[in-house]
Design a protein around this ligand. Structure first.
Ligand code: HEC
Length: 472
């Protein structure tokens, strides 16, 4: 059949308007809830409503409680409000979807070894430890044992396949929201041959229980027979001011080739207060001597109205950090809001722009700023749109890995539950991205040992995998 074009236009207009008014009735409400969930919620609560399965509810489990939380949010816990973004019908479908998921029997099962065909290599992922709750940070001792934190407040020593608890942890850890026991780093003092364990955590305010701050402590490594404990803890740094919120603690630790300790601190959900001032500590990367004193060559060491420990500023929530094995540069990535997770190479004194410039939006979809660049503010090396929920970052370097993998970045995705491989060219531009370990669970940390083996920690499943390249 052939219609003259003139006739087609009104037909189209009527068709389109019919379509748009008819759609809400024809979509199954549970499917609608699922789609809305994928669009607005999975970044934080995991794919397929995982967070709500077998949940013990904090804010109430009745339909009206959940609808209220979605509409009004909960600022202290870090749950955004959607009353300006979603209408009543949408909130209702989401509520039904969340309750559906809560009632489902499905449980996330830890997997055995899995085999993976990447674009240029077969790899096997071996479970080297399981039964963890929320593994958060990893590092290796000088004798090659793996140290693993669990956010719930435990530190493990994994040696020859045996997992043992390390005692002597801080007793003021606030395990709430995104807080808890966070990163771990092992350091051997070349001057004294003594070894130290560094820990970051959300630290309770000594007088007021409802306030917390990112804290850094260290304790001497004490090994007697089969047991390890930490000596008396020294508090090295507290990212003051303490805040009431329970999110954006940052908390990655790394030792630079300059012998300094780098510590990332998130802005605690106070984006209009901390990232763009030098007078507070949240929303910054700090640089300290391993004993916690402040290097005199820090960029703001001699500025009276600045925190002397600041190395870089304008950060949101950096949870990936490593030192480039060849150049010694310190690389980070940080969580953007909805969109705009970014990778940065830290430059002394530089401002990375949050929230003055960003490639992201508010979780509710509203605009933060249209600016993505401004003079005086750094551009990221790379940014992810949509956000992958970047957590854990390292680089493939030497070891058992083929040439095509050398210098590639590995970044975890909390939101989409895979490990991302990013290949760079000689100018450090991302030229290729690949998804590895699809649906593995929320990837929280990545670590490389002295033999350049790669380890990946997964929340939910509570496991750590070792990646083993299989030769053809
Ligand atoms: C920016 C991250 C973020 C996004 C996006 C987000 N939430 Fe939340 N939500 C949280 C945090 C953090 C909490 C409190 C901590 C927790 O219990 O997990 C929370 C709590 C909740 C609770 C209360 C749980 C309880 O135990 O009482 C519900 C229900 C909820 N969210 C639903 C949703 C829904 C539905 C969406 C999408 C419309 C959504 N959230 C989007 C971070 C987020």
């Amino acid at each position: 059949m052939r219609y003259p074009v003139v006739l087609l236009i009104p037909a189209l207009v009527i068709g389109v308007s019919l379509y748009s008014t008819a759609t809400p009735q024809t979509v199954d409400p549970s499917e609608k809830g699922e789609a809305l969930y994928a669009q607005w919620c999975q970044d934080c609560h995991g794919t397929s409503g995982r967070d709500f399965i077998e949940r013990s509810w904090k804010l109430g489990s009745r339909e009206e409680d959940i609808a209220r939380v979605i509409r009004e949010g909960h600022e202290l816990l870090g749950m955004p409000a959607y009353n300006e973004t979603l209408n009543k019908a949408e909130v209702d479908s989401l509520t039904r979807y969340v309750l559906d998921r809560a009632a489902s029997e499905k449980r996330f099962q830890p997997a055995g070894p899995r085999f993976e065909s990447t674009s240029d290599l077969e790899i096997r992922a071996d479970v080297i430890v399981d039964g963890l709750e929320t593994p958060w940070g990893m590092d290796f001792t000088s004798s090659g044992a793996l140290l693993i934190t669990e956010r719930e407040g435990r530190l493990w020593h994994l040696k020859n396949g045996v997992k043992q608890a390390i005692t002597g942890l801080p007793n003021d850890i606030v395990v709430q929201g995104q807080g808890g026991l966070l990163d771990v780093a092992f350091w051997e003092d070349p001057a004294t041959d003594s070894s130290w364990v560094y820990l970051t955590y959300s630290r309770q305010h000594p007088e007021n229980k409802s306030f917390s701050a990112t804290g850094l402590v260290r304790g001497a490594w004490q090994e007697t027979g089969d047991t390890v404990s930490l000596g008396p803890l020294e508090t090295l740094f507290i990212a003051t001011p303490y805040e009431k919120t329970h999110h954006h603690y940052g908390s990655r630790i790394a030792f630079g080739q300059d012998g300094m300790l780098y510590l990332t601190c998130g802005e605690r959900g106070k984006r209009d207060i901390h990232p763009q001032t030098l007078t507070t500590r949240p929303g910054k990367v700090h640089r300290l001597h391993p004993d916690g004193t402040i290097p005199t060559d820090n960029p703001f060491a001699n500025q009276s109205d600045a925190e002397a420990s600041i190395w870089t500023w304008g950060h949101r929530n950096p949870q990936g950090l490593f030192v480039h094995p060849l150049t010694g540069e310190v690389w980070t990535h940080e969580h953007g809001p909805k969109g705009g997770d970014e990778i940065n190479i830290l430059k002394k004194g530089a401002n990375y722009g949050w929230p003055t410039i960003t490639f992201g939006r508010n979780y509710s979809g509203t605009i933060i700023t249209r600016d993505t660049a401004k003079t005086g503010l750094e551009q990221p090396l790379y940014y992810w749109l949509p956000s992958i929920g970047a957590c854990g970052l390292d680089m493939v370097h030497e070891g058992p890995w083929p040439d095509s993998w050398q210098g590639d970045l590995l970044a975890g995705s909390l939101s989409f539950e895979y490990l991302e491989r990013l290949s760079l060219n000689a100018d450090d531009e991302v030229i290729h991205r690949e998804r590895l370990l699809e649906d593995i669970g929320r990837v929280r940390d990545i670590a490389r040992n002295a033999s350049s083996d790669i380890f990946v920690a997964i929340e939910g499943a509570g496991v750590v995998y070792q990646l083993v390249p299989l030769q053809p």
